[in-house]
Design a protein around this ligand. Structure first.
Ligand code: ADP
Ligand code: MG
Length: 250
């Protein structure tokens, strides 16, 4: 589903991604770990073209992100085509990013109606089903500010699912939550994982990684230092930097 090849990305003189290769198979869950500043968010952002890579390539479901091929030439996609590509990838942020002036239901139906031109009635029906799936059937008419952080994040997940994405990206989805609210959000993500949703999850929740990841990736300093099944990377890390990181978060 995702094929990242030799990706480099700098901001000015700061190299943030320094030759990243990563493959994610359809239906698999990849958990990305690593210290702050190691490039995890930037990597996720290149996958839906919120960041443009300096060199290397990213493709999702066989299509190059931001480019199209014609013969042996590459052409940059227009903004409109990039936006369309982006609708195929759900992104859940650390800080929810809900629209404060819209109700929960409107937050979820906005993109399907505006971007995919779904009839309002169909979008409403689908949104209510998604709310039930994340355990918030009774919150359709509430405004985000009246919800707990855990509830807001579950709405954000329902909103991402409303576009029926091929791929879901989570950037530290529980890092902004009070500890007692982390579980309810992880449970929703676990459910999605068990239903075969392809996802990449940046998180420091090692228990979650152990339970649902097919592959754990450890990043440091713009590179993937180590990757493999959770039983290997978490329990028998081979690299000093992985060991040292795990000893701090476990
Ligand atoms: P992580 O998510 O692992 O904490 P990030 O990908 O957010 O790491 O950031 C990696 C490095 O890139 C950090 O040093 C950060 O300050 C820097 N960085 C990220 N985005 C930008 C940007 N838009 N402009 C300049 N520097 C950035
Ligand atoms: Mg980050």
């Amino acid at each position: 589903m995702v094929e990242i090849r030799s990706v480099h990305k700098s901001f000015g003189s700061l190299t943030v991604l320094n030759g990243v290769d990563l493959q994610v198979r359809t239906g698999e869950v990849t958990v990305v770990l690593g210290p702050s500043g190691s490039g995890k968010s930037t990597l996720l952002r290149t996958i839906n073209h919120l960041e443009k890579v300096d060199s290397g390539s990213v493709s999702v479901d066989g299509a190059l992100v931001g480019y199209r091929r014609a013969g042996n030439k590459l052409y940059e996609l227009r903004e409109r085509e990039i936006l369309r590509q982006r609708t195929e990838i759900g992104f859940v942020f650390q800080n929810f990013h809900l629209f404060p002036h819209l109700t929960v239901l409107e937050n979820i139906t906005e993109a399907p109606v505006a971007a995919l031109r779904r009839p309002k009635k169909d979008a409403d029906k689908a949104a209510r089903a998604l709310l039930a799936r994340v355990g918030l059937a009774d919150k359709a008419d509430a405004y985000p500010r009246t919800l707990s952080g855990g509830q807001q994040q579950r709405v954000a997940i329902a909103r991402a699912l409303a576009l029926e994405p091929k791929l879901l990206l989570f950037d530290e989805p529980t890092s902004a939550l009070d500890p007692e609210l982390v579980g309810e959000v992880l449970d929703v993500i676990k459910d999605l994982a068990h239903q075969g949703t392809t996802m990449i999850v940046v998180t420091h929740e090692i228990g979650f990684a152990r339970e649902v990841a097919d592959t754990v990736v450890f990043m440091d300093d713009g590179r993937i230092v180590e990757q493999g099944p959770p039983g290997e990377v978490l329990d028998r890390p081979r690299h000093e930097r992985t060991k040292s990181f795990l000893s701090k978060v476990l």
